[in-house]
Write a protein that binds this ligand. Structure first.
Ligand SMILES: *Cc1c(COP(=O)(O)O)cnc(C)c1O
Length: 398
């Protein structure tokens, strides 16, 4: 049955993904089930999206109620769920102004536009530069792709938006070397995701912030993957005591309903995008607003941040144990429930083996196994995951 669906999919869908050979049917908590009823323990959560776990009743009920009421209005009218969502998101982020989008890439697009407009209002010029980082990932649309520090993703689609320079994450001097009087923004992920799970260092964060303050350059932090409690802070930058001028969020923000946002300080809000500068048909519609609202409520109700801080050290300890046991694993790195096992070679064999044994994992680059589980995982879930993964490494080592 599964094979037939896979063949049909490969005839109809554009082949932009090498998909795993499984057709998923339903989810419950931290488990997924395929259409043949096989259970999988999920340590991917749809790439850091389903933070609350699958089939959460309170979340589902809120969405169902809103579907029966009103799904869409366009942004020419106000709606209560999105107003409530904006108030709550301001509170947890400490930012002042929000624009809701439908995806992460769109949030990045908006952030880039806000930064360019801010600079344009200062000097009336249109030659401003943005510094992004090597190994970064910001999405697949042309603007977001242009600031993505992976030439392999960009090459066939050049030229990008232009005036982008790349520096090295956590190497302040490499950033400084790229700064000119045209630089309008410095952009990076507080914890790099796709590029290999590299958290920013405290020193890098502080020095970049000081540089931005000195030269009135905007600091844009992409929190699309590392935000929403994943590192044990609502937004990863909050740990550093370094606040961005603009930040992006998405993935777990809607826990499955496609939403994103870019947020800014009042200073940027008052000196950048105005009516007519930016828009979206769907962004922040009542259904999206309801999803964000409920997600933020449930984060509080379940004490998600505290929970991540409790369970993450256990995950780290267990992954370190595996790293010590197998030569194939070079090291572990990450923050909170965003972890990577850095291996000596490709990890696709291990990941496929895990899938056969009922464990869903994903890579970050070819050599890193990435762990971005639902934030509600327990130590028992960690134990089950480690047991399966241990068996996979043991078999591969044979
Ligand atoms: C996933 C991701 C994006 C892109 O989000 P989409 O919703 O896929 O467009 C951008 N930045 C980071 C850090 C991401 O992890």
């Amino acid at each position: 049955m599964m094979q037939q669906y896979i063949e049909e999919a490969e005839k109809a869908l554009l082949h932009t993904y090498n998909r795993y050979q499984v057709v998923l049917d339903k989810g419950d908590g931290v488990n997924l089930y395929d259409i043949e009823g096989k259970r999988y323990l999920d340590f991917v959560s749809g790439i850091a999206v389903f933070a609350l776990g699958y089939n959460n009743k309170a979340y589902n009920d809120a969405l169902k109620a809103q579907i029966d009421k009103l799904i869409h209005t366009s942004n020419y009218y106000y709606n209560v769920p999105t107003i409530e969502a904006a108030k709550k998101l301001k509170k947890v982020s400490g930012m002042d102004r929000i624009f809701f989008t439908n995806s992460g890439a769109e949030a990045v697009e908006g952030a880039l536009k806000a930064a360019r407009k801010y600079a344009y209002l200062k000097d009336g010029k249109t030659d401003h530069e943005i510094i992004a980082m090597n190994h970064s990932f910001h999405g697949r649309t042309m603007g977001a792709l242009s600031v993505t520090g992976n030439p392999k993703y960009r090459e066939a689609f050049e030229p990008g938006i232009g005036n982008i320079k790349f520096a090295e994450m956590n190497d302040f001097d490499s950033v400084l070397a790229k700064v000119t009087d045209k630089t309008c923004a410095i952009l990076f992920e507080t914890v790099q995701g796709e590029g290999g799970i590299y958290p920013a260092t405290q020193e890098f964060m502080e020095k970049v912030r000081a540089l931005c303050d000195e030269k009135d350059i905007l600091l844009i932090l992409d929190e699309i993957q590392c935000g929403m409690g994943r590192t044990g802070y609502m937004y990863a930058w909050q740990k550093y005591g370094v606040k961005p001028d603009i930040m992006t969020t998405a993935k777990a923000l809607g826990c499955g309903v496609p939403v994103g946002a870019f947020l800014m300080t009042e200073k940027v809000g008052q000196n950048s995008l105005v009516a007519g500068d930016h828009g979206t048909t769907y962004g922040g519609n009542p259904l999206a607003g309801t999803a964000i609202n409920k997600v933020l409520d449930l984060f509080e109700e379940y004490n998600i941040i505290e929970h991540v801080r409790e369970v993450a050290p256990y995950l780290e300890q267990k992954l370190d144990g595996l790293a010590a046991k197998y030569d194939y694993i070079l090291t572990r790195r990450g923050a909170g429930l965003m972890q990577g096992l850095v291996c000596k070679g490709p990890v696709s064999g291990i990941i496929n083996r895990a899938l056969e044994k009922g464990l869903i994992l994903i890579n970050a680059g070819t050599d890193i196994i990435r762990f971005v589980p639902p934030l509600v995982i327990t130590v028992d879930n960690v134990d089950e995951m480690i047991e399966i993964l241990d068996a996979c490494f043991a078999e591969c080592a044979e």
